[in-house]
Every structure is written in structure tokens, then in C-alpha cells.
Design a binder for this molecule. Structure first.
Ligand SMILES: Nc1ncnc2c1ncn2[C@@H]1O[C@H](COP(=O)(O)OP(=O)(O)OP(=O)(O)O)[C@@H](O)[C@H]1O
Ligand SMILES: [Mg+2]
Length: 423
């Protein structure tokens, strides 16, 4: 069972002359009164009684009092806490009547429950971290956020490279009507060699004809000595002459032109290939960018699922960009009453053994919000002792000039305990 406050009696602490109260075991107990009457002094005194020396007010003894402060708080676990005497020394008595000390109190008292402003004034990141710690997903979320940041950075760089590459590829020259791969000069040279070889053969045949002519001439001169040889030579010469007549030389002019143009052509082909390669690179980076975007979306989804699968102290709480949110609003966008509710819910979870919380300045809640808040506290089994500038029915006790009016009046009435639904 979480520990709550059963009763307290306070005298001569700060603005308090004498205040005693038996707060409601769960739900809201409101200490009302006009300004500067001693309401906050009651909470300060309780913080000091339960939280120890670090909560001692700078001027703990009421001005004008010759009697030192006296504080007595009885808790639902039977422990009695007292401070009295010249030094306001702490006395903690357990249910068996044994003496104990601050350490025992610290084991079940959540200091933020005594000092809610400490939570309310924490940075947005600290608040988020407290929430993540109590729902036990801090490490995993940190990992996901770290991963998400890494992906964002990587995608940013890839995006820049993709843009550069696309721009570079677009600016490169492209030639229409040229082959897709560079032309080989050796093929053309081989063709040229073949033609030259054939022409060489022609040349040889021409020389052969000349030889025959010479022989004819010799034969003519030797006509007398070899008529038969002359006739033969004449026939040979005629045949050779006929063969020579049909011979036509092939031209290498076109090939020579092609060889001359090959370098220009290949330069264009290489330019086209370079452009195609650059376009491919640009596409590679664009694809990588798209893949990273998909991965970022998945990380965000994992984060969302992690938080929404956790056991939250209050419905609507979450963490976005490392900041605590309630119904998607960051702390500075929450209303004062929402801030109080969020803070109470979170602080409650910090130490489940601590069943109460002290709340100052509840006047920022209207009566409807107050009723809703009271009902929520009751449902949570949480005791809240709060102050409010008011003397309305919602107050369990009114403080006037350091006294609870019930104590001040002639015929003391029972202190009222406010319950949800009474408005
Ligand atoms: N040791 C002290 N002795 C006498 N008066 C003190 C002492 N310490 C503070 N005060 C006075 O008590 C008043 C504040 O008391 P407290 O904060 O309890 O009032 P409150 O009812 O909460 O007022 P508010 O509605 O303005 O918050 C101030 O006027 C302050 O000067
Ligand atoms: Mg006050």
C-alpha cells in the first residue's frame, strides 16, 4: 500500500500559528484562504517534516513566536514524524515505538512529491527522460533516435551528392547518330592491307607483261632463228596483254577518310558513354536517398510503437523530439492545470510507495477541472494536499492569519474533506 498522510499538526512554522488537519486518504484535500495567510507555509512545513534538512525553510520559526516550530505528521504506515525543540530535531518513530531517522522516510517518500515545482521547472529534456525512465523504454528510444539522426545525416549527404551528380550528367554533351561503342581502327587497317596486297599482285602482273614484251622484242629480233618460239611468245604476249587489260585498281580513298575521321567519331562515342555512366551514378544515389527515406519512416514507426506500447502514467503522454508531450502538446503549450496533472502523474510513478503529492497554487484549475482532477486522483489511489486562493466549498480547510479557521472559531467544525462530484 502506498504511504499517505493520516494527520498533521503544525505550529509556529513560517506564517503558521497553528494548523491541524486530517486529509482525505485519497483524492484532493484543498487548503484554502486569502493571500499571505499561510497556505504555502503548510506545504513547506510538510516538506521539511518529511523531506529532511534540505527542505528546512530559511526562516523556519514564525516571526513573533518565542516558541520554536513544532511539527507532527502521522503516516498511514504507522510512522510518526516529529520536529520540535530548540533545534527542531527530527524524531521518527516506527509503529513498534522504535526510533528511526530520515533514511527510513527516504525509502518511501518521493522528493518530487514534496517539491513538484522542481519537476515543473526541469528542462523539457529532463522531463522526457524522467518519463522514459519510469516507463522503462529510455534506452531503446535513445537507440532509435540515435539511429534516426544518423539516417537523416546520411540521407542529407546522399541527397547532396545525388543533386550534384544529376546536374553534372545533365550538363555533359551528347551526340546524335553515332555508334554506341568506339570503332576499331585495326579493322579498317586490315581491309587496307588486303587491298594493298591485291594491288601489289597487280603490279607484279604488270611487270610480267613488260617482261613478255621484252621477250617478244627479243623473239622478233631472233625471228629467224626461232619462228616457233616467236609464235609461242607472240601468243603468250597476246594472252598476257588481254589479262592486263581487265585489271582495275581499287581505291583506298574512302578508308583513308574513315581512318582520318575515326578519332573525332570516337571522341563523340566516349562522350556519350561518359554521360550514360554519369546518369547511372546519379540514379544510384537517388535510389539510395529513397531507401534511406523508407528506413527513416520505419524508425519513426518503431519509436511510435515503442512509446504507445508502454505503460504510461497518464493517457496522452508521449515523447517527441526528446521532449515530453501531452496530447501532442509540448510543456510550454500545456495549460497550467494540464501541467499539474502531468507532473502529478509522472511523480506518482517515480516512487509507487509514495502515495501523496503536495500541490501549490491550484487556483489555476477551474471547478470542473478540479472535480475531474480529484476524480482522477481517487481512481489512482493518490492523496493530494493542495493550496488554493479560495474560501469556497471545495476547500477542506481555510487558513486565516496562520490558523485553520476551524481552530480559530468558537465552535470548531469538522474539517471538510472535498470529494469529486460535489460541484
Ligand atoms: N518565518 C516567518 N514568520 C512570519 N511570517 C513569515 C515567515 N516566513 C514568511 N512569512 C510571511 O508569510 C507570508 C507568506 O505565507 P504563505 O506563503 O504561506 O502564504 P500563502 O497563503 O501561500 O499566500 P499566497 O496565496 O499569496 O500564496 C508572507 O507575507 C511572508 O512574509
Ligand atoms: Mg502560497
Amino acid at each position: 500500500m502506498p504511504v499517505t498522510i493520516n494527520t498533521f499538526e503544525l505550529e509556529n512554522v513560517k506564517r503558521i500559528k497553528a494548523v491541524a488537519l486530517e486529509p482525505s486518504p485519497t483524492g484532493l484535500t484543498i487548503i484554502g484562504g486569502r493571500n499571505e495567510q499561510g497556505k504555502t507555509s503548510v506545504l513547506d512545513a510538510l516538506s521539511w517534516a518529511l523531506g529532511g534538512e534540505k527542505y528546512r525553510p530559511s526562516k523556519a520559526q514564525r516571526e513573533g513566536s518565542v516558541i520554536p516550530p513544532s511539527l507532527k505528521v502521522t503516516l498511514s504506515n504507522g510512522i510518526v514524524v516529529e520536529r520540535k525543540g530548540k533545534n527542531s530535531a527530527l524524531k521518527v518513530t516506527d509503529p513498534n515505538g522504535n526510533k528511526s531517522g530520515q533514511q527510513l522516510l527516504n525509502s518511501f517518500i518521493e522528493t518530487l512529491a514534496l517539491d513538484l515545482p522542481q519537476f515543473m521547472n526541469a528542462t523539457p529534456k529532463e522531463k522526457a527522460n524522467i518519463l522514459l525512465r519510469i516507463i522503462g523504454v529510455g534506452d531503446k528510444l535513445y537507440e532509435l533516435e540515435h539511429r534516426e539522426q544518423e539516417l537523416y545525416n546520411k540521407r542529407h549527404t546522399i541527397g547532396q551528392i545525388a543533386d550534384q551528380k544529376t546536374k553534372f550528367a545533365a550538363e555533359m554533351e551528347h551526340f546524335e547518330g553515332v555508334p554506341e561503342i568506339p570503332v576499331s581502327a585495326s579493322q579498317l587497317i586490315a581491309q587496307q592491307q588486303e587491298i594493298l596486297a591485291r594491288n601489289g599482285e597487280n603490279q607484279r602482273m604488270r611487270q610480267h607483261k613488260e617482261q613478255c614484251d621484252r621477250e617478244l622484242e627479243q623473239a622478233r629480233q631472233a625471228l629467224d632463228e626461232a619462228k616457233r618460239r616467236f609464235a609461242q611468245a607472240q601468243a603468250n604476249a597476246a594472252t598476257a596483254a588481254k589479262s592486263a587489260e581487265d585489271l582495275v585498281d581499287e581505291s583506298t580513298a574512302e578508308l583513308e577518310q574513315n581512318i582520318a575521321g575515326i578519332e573525332t567519331l570516337n571522341a563523340k562515342i566516349r562522350a556519350n558513354l561518359d554521360k550514360a555512366k554519369a546518369e547511372e551514378k546519379a540514379k544510384e544515389y537517388s535510389d539510395q536517398y529513397a531507401a534511406l527515406t523508407a528506413e527513416i519512416e520505419e524508425t519513426c514507426k518503431a519509436k511510435y510503437e515503442l512509446l504507445h506500447g508502454a505503460d504510461l502514467p497518464l493517457e496522452g503522454l508521449s515523447v517527441e523530439d526528446g521532449e515530453l508531450t501531452f496530447n501532442d502538446q509540448k510543456w510550454d503549450n500545456m495549460s497550467g492545470s494540464q501541467q499539474l496533472r502531468v507532473a502529478t502523474a509522472i511523480v506518482r510513478r517515480l516512487n509507487p510507495e509514495c502515495g501523496f503529492v503536495l500541490l501549490d497554487k491550484l487556483e489555476q484549475m477551474d471547478t470542473q477541472t478540479l472535480a475531474d482532477f480529484g476524480a482522477w486522483l481517487e481512481a489512482e489511489g493518490l492523496q493530494a494536499i493542495a493550496t488554493r486562493v479560495s474560501d469556497g466549498d471545495e476547500c477542506s480547510i481555510i487558513i486565516e492569519d496562520g490558523y485553520s479557521v476551524t481552530q480559530k472559531s468558537e465552535s470548531p467544525a469538522e474539517p471538510k474533506t472535498w470529494k469529486a462530484g460535489e460541484f
